[in-house]
Design a binder for this molecule. Sequence first.
Ligand code: ATP
Ligand code: MG
Length: 390
Amino acid sequence: MNTLQTIQTFIDFFRERGHQFIPASSLVPAAGDPVLFTTSGMHPLTPYLEGRPHPLGRRLVGVQRCLRTTDLDEVGDTWHLTVFEMLGSWSLGDYAGPQSLRWGYELICDGFGISPDRLHATVFGGDEQVGADTELADIWGELGIPVELTREENWWSNGPTGLCGPDSELFVWTGSSPPQGTPGSDQRWLELWNHVMMRYRRHGDGSLERLAQPNVDTGMGLERLVTVLQARDSVFDCDVFEPWVSTVRELWSPDEQTVRLLTDHLRSGTVIIGDGIRPSNTGRGYVLRRLIRRALTALWRDDPSRTLSDLPAGVTEQTLGHFGQGTELGHVRQVLQDEERRFAELLVRGRKIVSQRRSAGPPDEEELRYLHQTHGLPPELVTALMPEVQ
Ligand code: ATP
Ligand code: MG
């Protein structure tokens, strides 16, 4: 099953159970939202999870592009991406957790054909304020799925205050041997789908108030699911990344880790530009700038003559098309090339300035601040250039 069929199967399943399809939002949250990027499928639905009636009703389904800067350092491993898509289903004060888990099981096992023998669930084990979620643990037990109880891992919140509640996560075994251990004890259990019981609001003093409208919010990583369905070893081996991976390999033949980094960062950068962001020194633009510059640093490590101008239009076009972004292809390519030129100029200037330093040894904080403020050299760039010029 390819990525598009997987999305369709998910949406059809929930539509047949009374859910209305909501189109994806941009990576850029609505005006006034302090968050830099949409980090999960629930984010654009926040006002409705808070109780405002949704125009399409109380059962919703969708697929949302997300960006997590917190996962940037994990990128290159088997399962983490900077920009990824989340399949989501929502009950806005309608059905409760047990129904969500039963449907989840049905879709995963009957719809997608994953054997129940490869599944493990986790459930909230309780703390000083909220008891263990025995109801959900019993549902998994009834379905024949082993359960692990945890405290921190199964409590969902979106910050120190606001909506929160216990969750239940579904894991799939990705090892080559028969399943063993638990998600908490064996990394080969891959987290696939989180079902959040949004039942509370946390106040500033730490107390919890029960919501008049308890919701169920679920999110499943699309690329992870497709990778499991296509029996691949990592998200980078599934169909949606194929054009990027083969282009990067053909153009620059870097090592496997660099293929992953370039694929993730250049594709993520394309989607961010597609959502109207340009590189800058603050906020969203800075995240974009960091992604492009990290990609260029990796690209130039072996050969500084490499250039993003060599990227064929096809990969950019495929990505914009996949996300339904109307941004002009030429614009995306121009932004990437302008940033490449700016970074190359900065490196030339940076090398010169760093090599002219009078003091020996690594620069202290004060000098780093001076180099940044007076010469526009970010501290991480200075640190990276130090071994080169010494
Ligand atoms: P993990 O512990 O694996 O980082 P998470 O607990 O951060 O995942 P959730 O916040 O529960 O994940 O997000 C819901 C789902 O989205 C996850 O179960 C996973 O399938 C997917 N997901 C989360 N982060 C990423 C990522 N960086 N790349 C790809 N998929 C992701
Ligand atoms: Mg989680």
